[in-house]
Design a protein around this ligand. Structure first.
Ligand code: AMP
Length: 487
């Protein structure tokens, strides 16, 4: 007999929200985690984004906080009781969006704080009071320093994507935050991978945790078809992407590059080739990133070119395909990248491009996923290399380049277009047909000067992605007293 949400004993306002979201039955991680979190136990969760883990911790947290729900207007009656830390702005924002939905009938308040955006609206939100606070570590420390947040009544702490937070050098920040919390509290930690460092972190801060895990769908997932294409040279890669998108009729694809400058350049070139493409990376403003993500989810953008850091934690349901424009420097990133596709039982496609020089990277990937990926040759003849760009029916014959004022007119800056989730059963391709076009997304992407600079050519770093001036970091291994992974 399969579990139902009602069988957990969740309060009616929570069940109603879940029902309204169309969740019919709990995912495996939810079935395991919800009862344990409701009991107040610490949890070590082995699950990644896409498994439903957010509801797996958020629903029972809301349940535990229900006795504190009140309709008082006084902020003092709405102190932070649950703190959820996430590595990136996008993930923090998505968690918040989910929590807001789950909590909307409960009277419990939530707020989110992350770097790279004006701190003042966040201060106002914190002043208003929130029982659930979602935060990236750096910005939370800024608020703590400015005394715009109090964590004195926090009773639950969640570390989401803990492995990624360690990779990004957040350990010292996390430690400082943990020290500011009351000692008696429930701790939940989620991680997609289990390195020695993660185990040490778990030992250090979880109290007799229950391990909940769902089978990793990524490295061994049978439902992700993986193909590596060998192309003649770097120049052929862009044409290869365009060819693959067209020939395989991909309606929604994330293309991963190793550098920000590479992402921006590729998006512009694909646009010139007549594909609706946009880049998302750490040098973009938060508004730009969220607007681009929205447009991609709605099907207005077909090709989203992303760096690993920017793509981390993006909640895009049933992404049909990913393309590795560059093989990643770290084999683990390959696993994370292909984990974006083939979600929730849907079959996925992971295509990778390599040149002869990339042999070593491919060997590392094969070692990690314990599977051979014999490269196939992909020829991109001159004809495909620069396909003539056909004018779309609804497009004026001559079009100017996006101006900054135009850009300022983007959906996000107008206050955001209403979020539209894809109705169940509606394929991505059909969504692409009836969208309202925002000119911003159909102009060639214009980089800001910084993007073309030397720094932009370097692989993206978390500090840049977080967008705030950050403290120098000590190596994770030193803090954990072990021989950690070099980054
Ligand atoms: P997450 O792994 O938490 O990022 O969730 C991935 C996606 O699955 C999100 O879009 C959730 O809204 C959705 N989701 C979570 N739980 C369920 C469920 N039980 N049934 C259907 N969709 C779900």
């Amino acid at each position: 007999m399969s579990t139902t949400f009602a069988s957990f004993g969740l309060a009616e306002p929570i069940l109603r929200a879940v029902d309204e979201l169309g969740y019919r039955e709990p995912t495996p991680i939810q079935a395991q985690a919800i009862p344990i979190v409701m009991q107040g136990r610490d949890v070590m969760g082995a699950a990644q984004t896409g498994t439903g883990k957010t509801a797996g911790f958020a629903l029972p947290i809301l349940q535990r906080l229900m006795p504190h729900a009140n309709a008082s207007a006084s902020p003092a009656r709405h102190p932070v009781r649950a703190l959820i830390l996430a590595p990136t702005r996008e993930l923090a924002d998505q968690i918040h969006e989910n929590v807001r939905e789950y909590a909307k009938h409960t009277g419990l308040r939530s707020a989110v704080v992350f770097g790279g955006v004006d701190i003042r609206p966040q201060v106002a939100a914190l002043r208003h009071g929130c029982e659930v606070l979602i935060a990236t570590p750096g910005r939370l420390l800024d608020h703590m320093g400015q005394k715009t947040v109090s964590l004195a009544q926090a009773e639950i702490l969640v570390l989401d994507e803990a492995d990624r937070m360690l990779d990004m050098g957040f350990l010292p920040d996390i430690q400082r935050i943990i020290h500011a919390l009351p000692e008696r509290r429930q701790n939940l930690m989620f991680s997609a991978t289990f390195s020695g460092e993660i185990r040490k972190l778990a030992e250090a801060f979880l109290n007799d945790p229950v391990l909940v895990e769902v089978a990793r769908r990524n490295a061994t997932a049978d439902n992700v078809e993986q193909i590596v294409y060998r192309v003649a040279d770097l120049e052929s890669k862009r044409a290869a992407v365009a060819k693959l998108v067209r020939e395989r009729q991909l309606s929604q694809v994330i293309v991963f590059t190793n550098t920000k400058i590479g992402a921006g350049r590729l998006a512009r070139q694909l646009e010139r080739d007549g594909l609706n493409a946009a880049a998302i990376h750490g040098d973009k403003t938060q508004q730009e990133r969220l607007a681009t993500l929205e447009a991609f989810k709605k099907g207005e953008i077909v090709v989203l070119v992303a760096t690993d850091v920017a793509a981390r934690g993006l909640d895009i349901v049933e992404l049909p395909a990913v393309i590795n424009y560059d093989l990643p420097y770290s084999a683990e990133d390959y696993v994370h990248r292909i984990g974006r596709t083939g979600r929730a039982g849907a079959s996925g496609l992971a295509l990778s491009l390599m040149v002869d020089n990339d042999e070593r990277l491919l060997v590392e990937i094969e070692k990690l996923i314990k599977r051979k990926l014999p490269p196939e040759r992909l020829d991109v003849g001159p004809a495909q290399e620069r396909p003539r760009r056909e004018r779309r029916d609804d497009e004026p014959a001559a079009r100017g380049r996006a101006s900054s004022s135009r850009r300022g007119d983007s959906a996000a800056e107008r206050g955001g277009s209403p979020r539209r989730r894809r109705p169940e059963g509606e394929p991505a391709a059909s969504r692409a047909a009836g969208y309202s076009r925002d000119p911003f997304f159909f102009e060639p992407y214009e980089p800001r000067p910084a993007e073309e600079g030397a720094a932009a050519a370097a692989p993206e770093t978390p500090e840049r992605a977080q967008g705030s001036a950050r403290r120098p970091r000590r190596p994770v291994a030193a803090l954990l007293g072990g021989g950690g992974r070099k980054s």
